[in-house]
Every structure is written in C-alpha cells, then in structure tokens.
Design a protein around this ligand. Structure first.
Ligand SMILES: O=C(CO)COP(=O)(O)O
Length: 259
C-alpha cells in the first residue's frame, strides 16, 4: 500500500488573510513531527489568504502544505475575476480543489469544465483534488456508484497515466456536506473502492494503487477514525471542522483513536 493519508482542510469562504495567519500558527503550535510523519496536513484557504499562508509556511519552515479551492481553465488573458494555475504554482501551492460540489452547484461547473480544470492543474504541476459525489436524489435512486464513476471518467479525459498517479480524488456525497449527516464507513468504502477499481480500468493497477481517495462530508474528530480505517479511504476533506484548530488537529490524529 504505502499511501500517505492526506487530511485537507477546505476553509471555503472563511478567514481573511490575518485570520488565516493566526489559524495556521495555531495548527503549527499543536502539530508535531510525529503528526506530519503519519499524515500529510493541507489547508485550502481562499485566494486572498494564499500569499500570507505561503510566507508563514516558508518563513517558519512548517510542514503544512496548502492549496487553492479553484483555478481557471485558462493560463492567462482577459478572464476577469479568474485566477490561473500559473499564479497558484508561483505561490508554491501543492494542491487545488477541482469540481467541488459547491462549484458545480452554484457556478454551473459541468463535467467538461471540471476536466479542463484538471488538465489546467496538471499543466502547472499542481495536484488536483478532484471532487466527485452524488446528491440525495441520486443516492435514494441507488445510482450513486454509476453517477460518481461517470464524474470520474469525464474529469479524467486526456489525463495521462503518469499524471493520474499523482491525482487525489475526494468522494463527497452532497447530502453529507455541511448537514451533519455522515456517510457510514461502509458507504464511504463502497464508493471509494468502486473509484479505485475504475482507476485500474481506466489506467492500470499501479495508478489505482497510487491515487489517494479521500472522503468528505461532515468529518469530525469523533467519526474520522472509523471512516479512515476503510481500506480504500486515504484521508479526509474537511469543511466546517477544519475551521476549529483543535478539532482539525484531532482529526489529523485519527490514527491514535482507532483501536
Ligand atoms: O465540502 C466539504 C469539504 O470540501 C465538507 O464540508 P463539511 O465537512 O462542512 O461537511
């Protein structure tokens, strides 16, 4: 196996750049080398915070990594309001979220656009955290696997095996986001396992074994260990609970509670 678990905090539209600094400092005070050796810890702040987070992380040589919540499909030009992958790479971002359900829902991002954003991320050596997952209707109809796999297929058009190896996929059932409704560990495993099988079909076993698949949706310190214990779940994409430093650190230490 050998996949390092990734715990990524998606701050969504929270924290200005000053609050971001104070938040990352709190994480840095709590997290130890032992934590960083066990899991990769990432924060995904709003664009306006990234430069401040970069300065802090590099200045204090923190082992926290960071990334953005979105990027443009374009590399530069007359695209008012957009932020390019090149700009994020210049800020030494490691990750960029692509296709988060809130982007799909509120900004009309479809599978084709998500695919273009995945390709844009790879063009600039950013690791996309590709978000997929079904809404409540689809889940009730029992179509959650087919729906999520179709999102994966579409998002990976023209992505090479070499690129796919470094990909991170986040399974986020929309009905579990911000609702307090958590998928059971078995629900998470069912879809994450199906995603990995599909990666083996689209590419090969090496790619499928290398890709980290996260679960996201109401992850908290109390439910993290059970979800992460599943064989095909390699970490968590944490929304609300990532805004509380003590709680986020507890989630990063999920391995210590899992017995
Ligand atoms: O959307 C999410 C992370 O990207 C999940 O959000 P919550 O953890 O607040 O449910």
């Amino acid at each position: 196996m050998g996949r390092t678990p990734l715990i990524a905090g998606n701050w969504k539209m929270n924290f200005n750049h000053l609050e971001a600094i104070s938040h990352v400092q709190k994480l840095a005070f709590s997290l130890t080398d032992k934590d960083y050796d066990a899991v990769e810890v990432a924060v995904l702040p709003p664009f306006t915070d990234l430069r401040s987070v970069q300065t802090l992380v590099e200045g204090d040589k923190l082992r926290i990594v960071y990334g953005a919540q979105d990027l443009s499909v374009h590399d530069s030009g007359a695209y008012t309001g957009e932020v390019s992958g090149a700009m994020l790479a210049k800020l030494n971002c490691t990750y960029v979220l692509v296709g988060h359900s809130e982007r799909r829902q509120y900004h009309g991002e479809d599978d084709q656009l998500v695919n273009a954003k995945v390709l844009a991320a790879f063009r600039h050596s950013l690791t996309p955290i590709l978000c997929v997952g079904e809404g409540l209707e689809v889940r009730r109809a029992g179509e959650h696997i087919a729906h999520t796999l179709a999102q994966l297929d579409a998002a990976l058009g023209k992505v090479t095996a070499e690129q796919a190896k470094s990909l991170v996929v986040a399974y986020e059932p929309v009905w579990a986001i911000g609702t307090g409704e958590v998928a059971t560990p078995e629900d998470a495993q069912e879809v994450c396992g199906a995603l990995r099988t599909r990666l083996a079909e689209l590419y090969d076993g090496d790619v499928a074994e290398a890709v980290r698949i996260l679960y996201g949706g109401s992850v908290k310190s109390g439910n993290a260990a059970g979800i992460m214990a599943q064989p095909d779940v390699d970490g968590a994409l944490v929304g609300g609970a990532s805004l509380d430093p003590a709680e986020f650190v507890k989630i990063c230490r999920f391995g210590e509670n899992s017995n």
